[in-house]
Design a protein. Structure first.
Length: 428
């Protein structure tokens, strides 16, 4: 096997695909492909609105046919993919309004690849799926459109993404990578391919299904742990106890897991457990722990909104037409990612109460927030009767809150427990 003969296509250039394309481009000929022409033009101009990658100083190939043995090229032209022999799929795998897996982007990408697939090609999936999805859902599409036989004419791999958006320490190359292949020989090739760029090393799983399952339970485990402390926050709220105080006391024991309550959104933790639950249900098992944790976490936005309203009433504020500020709409701090943001649940619930709600977030893209959630963000701050710090952006910790309080009755609700204790009325 000669790795240098591999010409790689990365399908999907979002938070996962772009860093992958950049790292592989340092060692191989790489085509970064995305159906969104605006995204291609943005990257070709050296910009990245996700802030996940630095495109300055990269080695760019004009095309995969040039003599250079490495470099990165961007395209939205399917014909350009024909020169590749390894396809790495990093498209989104969201859920629909019924909390069921939406495989549309994944299957469309498989259909596109199937039409250009050649003998000996390898298709590697990184998108988060349920165990068995690659072989049961994607492979049949590849076979149908390529008119070729799986594991005879073409092969597959699965290597779950472990990108942590906004994290500048635990980057792609610093996180150990799980790999797998549809045959033992392909597993070796896939593992060697990733090992060439991953400094932290790789772990070769015994099968595609094991690799798929490992990703699903990574996020389901974290989701369940957070749901436990979220439920504690609801219980302690009724007792009049500060949850952060309790967790800090319990955390003095060496084996206590230091999870914090909060909104559980984003592209993984708030979505992936539904994929695992869907697979379990298809096999006749109704998962209990996974779905109960999801219910708790999905209801936290409503809990936060209701608590703010109660606190405002308790201080004598009129609710209807009172003005409330939500600080942050991204799903995590110091990051522009708004996918599956649970801050939106707070916003919608407060609107139902008749409050005037403004959202401020210097990291989020105004057009994207409007397009995705129909929320018009503000660029300057006013005076407010209620303030919710929903995301712990560095900029928010520096705000002089006294200057934006409409009166001494203004409630400050710190969901992240990052402000000084005596400056806030409540913490989650």
């Amino acid at each position: 096997m000669n790795l240098q003969e591999k010409q790689i296509a990365i399908i999907g250039l979002g938070y996962v695909g772009l860093p992958l394309a950049i790292e592989f481009g340092k060692k191989f000929k790489v085509l970064g492909f995305d159906i969104n022409i605006d995204r291609i033009q943005e990257l070709a101009s050296g910009k990245d609105l996700t802030n996940e990658a630095d495109l300055v100083g990269l080695s760019y190939a004009m095309s995969l046919s040039e003599e250079s043995d490495k470099g990165l090229n961007f395209s939205n032209n399917v014909d350009d993919l024909k020169l590749c022999n390894v396809y790495i799929v990093t498209v989104p795998t969201p859920i629909d309004k019924f909390k069921a897996p939406d495989l549309t982007p994944l299957l469309k990408a498989s259909e596109m690849i199937g039409k250009i697939l050649k003998k000996g090609d390898i298709v590697i999936y990184e998108s988060t799926v349920y165990p068995g999805c690659t072989e049961e859902d994607c492979v049949p599409v590849l076979e149908e459109y390529s008119k070729m036989k799986f594991n005879k004419d073409f092969f597959c791999g699965y290597s779950p993404e472990r990108i942590n958006p906004g994290d500048k320490v635990n980057t792609l190359t610093k996180i150990k990578k799980v790999t797998s292949g549809s045959t033992s020989e392909i597993a070796e090739i896939v593992d060697a391919l990733y090992l060439s760029i991953i400094e932290a090393g790789t772990y070769k799983a015994p099968s595609l299904k094991v690799a798929e399952a490992s990703k699903a339970i990574e996020n389901a485990q974290r989701d369940v742990n957070i749901s436990f402390v979220n439920e504690l926050a609801i219980i302690f709220d009724r007792m009049g106890i500060d949850t952060t105080d309790v967790l800090e006391a319990a955390g003095t024991k060496w084996n206590f897991l230091k999870y914090k309550p909060g909104l559980v959104g984003g592209h993984c933790i708030g979505v992936d457990p539904y994929y695992l639950a869907h697979k379990a249900e298809s096999l006749g098992y109704q998962p209990q722990v996974i779905l109960s944790g999801r219910r708790v976490n999905d209801n936290m936005g409503v809990f936060v909104a209701n608590k703010l309203v109660k606190l405002m009433i308790g201080k004598g504020s009129r609710i209807k037409k009172s003005k409330v500020l939500i600080l942050g709409v991204t799903f995590k701090e110091n990051c522009p990612d708004i996918r599956n943001s649970k801050v939106v649940d707070i916003y919608k619930e407060l609107i139902e109460f008749g409050l005037q709600v403004e959202v401020f977030d210097p990291h989020a893209n105004e057009q994207e927030v409007w397009k995705e959630y129909k929320i018009k963000m503000v660029s300057t701050l006013d005076m407010y009767d209620g303030i919710i710090l929903a995301v712990a952006h560095d900029e928010f910790i520096k705000i002089k809150f006294e200057s934006i309080k409409s009166s001494p009755r203004t409630i400050i609700f710190d969901l992240k427990a990052v402000l000084k204790r005596y400056d806030v009325d409540a913490r989650l």
